[in-house]
Design a protein around this ligand. Structure first.
Ligand code: GLC
Ligand code: MG
Length: 439
């Protein structure tokens, strides 16, 4: 399929609150669609960057509440902190760079003189970010006055106003856009510049992202007034920036389509009520993502209960294959299929969801692939509708490896799952979980 062209190299740089994450949708519908799209088609050769105003602490909290993927790079505290990989290795060079002509104490001293500025919590105050709340009607005048005052004291600062409430003071060299420009420059010097960059945002601290030269940009449909106004004043003739008609992650997917940056049909949108997939391809990454979407729908009772699904399982698990669940129990193909038959609809009317993260695939033979990924399931025990999404970490995860093999005769199509092995992430769960990471 041409959509699977391995040369697709996209770098998505997205804000989180009300861009990647829709706080008005406790079901995380569009976020989960994005996740499936990313893992199926982009994870292998593209870069995911989250660029948030949140401090490391509140970013971690959001990760516990919402099904966010692990980004390749995390830019936090409004472009003042950059961290790489899953283990979040900080970019100390960037922090040193921001020190020039920055004096936090002086910023504190001067901002104290503005009674309109209400300090944000201690956790949001960072080495290169001083943050306040200020009422919307006072904001334009306060932004100007604070900038002027700090300039007079000889500081190069940037004052940003976001979401009609938050005011941040940063070094002028900081910000989401500057952090992105710094990353792009780094990639260029390593000859690893991405083919396309798409920036995504909804509020004032995202304006910087849209100022980076040559990037595509999407302001999600629910973008804040201050960003839309900035666009009208500064970028409305830029054909590379759109105001999406979809909210949040739905707007990001829409932009991928409208700028033709690669596949834009999420595996979550191609399965019909019978559990049939409207797109057929023999791509291992796509296959595994589709498999777990179908598994979720089966357990939620959202596809018809028909033998078709069990036939599908039979067709992909060979009789001699091996499946080891996260408790170390090996199951035969019959046990797997009987087990799945019994799980139909067991998660009906619950917030149960499954998603994959960090999927990688390596071809290990002429017709076999080894896939690795983290598989997450949201709380299975809860039937308290959407509230479980909001009360701390309800996710259980396992690290999974799958050895897949395509059948010798191409005409037979399909990929067989020869060996599946799950291992609990973060140690075993405190209570025995028989149905999580079972398949
Ligand atoms: C996030 C941060 C906050 C900041 C705001 C706008 O909400 O937590 O500190 O002021 O973004 O940048
Ligand atoms: Mg936002």
């Amino acid at each position: 399929m041409d959509r699977l062209d391995a040369s697709t190299k996209l770098m998505i740089v997205s804000d989180l609150d009300l861009t990647m994450v829709d706080h008005d949708d406790n079901h995380n519908t569009s976020l989960l669609k994005f996740n499936a799209l990313w893992e199926a088609y982009y994870r292998r050769d593209s870069l995911l960057v989250f660029s948030t105003g949140r401090s490391p602490t509140s970013y971690r909290k959001l990760r516990e509440e919402r099904p966010l993927l692990t980004p390749d790079i995390t830019v936090m505290s409004v472009g003042t902190e950059i961290a790489y990989g899953e283990s979040m290795v900080p970019d100390e060079e960037w922090e040193r760079f921001l020190n020039r002509n920055w004096n936090r104490d002086l910023v504190m001293e001067e901002t104290l003189k503005f009674p309109e500025l209400k300090p944000q919590s201690e956790a949001e105050q960072r080495p290169h970010k001083v943050s306040f709340f200020v009422e919307k009607n006072k904001a334009p005048q306060v932004v100007n006055a604070v900038s002027e005052r700090l300039e007079k004291r000889g500081l190069d600062v940037k004052v940003l106003y976001s979401s009609g409430i938050a005011l941040d003071v940063l070094p002028k060299r900081a910000g989401k856009g500057e952090a992105l420009a710094y990353l792009l420059k780094k990639f260029e010097s390593d000859r690893k510049a991405p083919t396309n960059v798409l920036v995504c945002g909804d509020s004032g601290n995202d304006t910087d992202l849209f100022s980076v030269p040559n990037v595509y940009g999407v302001m999600v449909s629910n973008a804040q007034e201050e960003l839309l106004q900035w666009y009208v004043d500064n970028a409305k003739d830029n054909p590379k920036v759109i105001h999406a008609s979809e909210r949040c992650a739905g707007g990001i997917i829409e932009a991928i389509g409208s700028f033709q940056l690669g596949p834009n049909l999420s595996p979550r949108d191609i399965i019909d009520s019978k559990g049939c997939c409207k797109v057929e391809t023999i791509d291992p990454c796509f296959e595994v993502v589709k498999f777990y979407v179908l598994y979720e729908r089966w357990r939620r009772g959202e596809v018809e209960k028909s033998e078709l699904y069990l036939e599908y399982l039979k067709s992909i698990f060979p009789a001699g294959g091996i499946a080891v669940d996260a408790n170390g129990k090996e199951r035969s193909r019959e046990e797997l299929i009987d087990g799945m038959r019994g799980l139909y609809g067991d998660m009906k009317a619950t917030p149960f969801r499954t998603w994959l993260d960090g999927l990688s695939s390596a071809q290990v033979g002429s017709n076999s692939w080894l896939l690795r990924f983290n598989k997450w399931e949201s709380s299975s025990s809860s039937s308290r509708s959407s509230s479980s999404w909001l009360s701390g970490n309800q996710f259980l995860g396992c690290f999974t490896t799958v050895l897949m093999s395509s059948q010798s005769k191409v005409s037979e199509g399909g990929l067989m799952w020869m060996h599946v092995q799950h291992t609990w992430l973060d140690g075993s769960p405190s209570e025995p979980q028989h149905n999580t990471c079972f398949i």
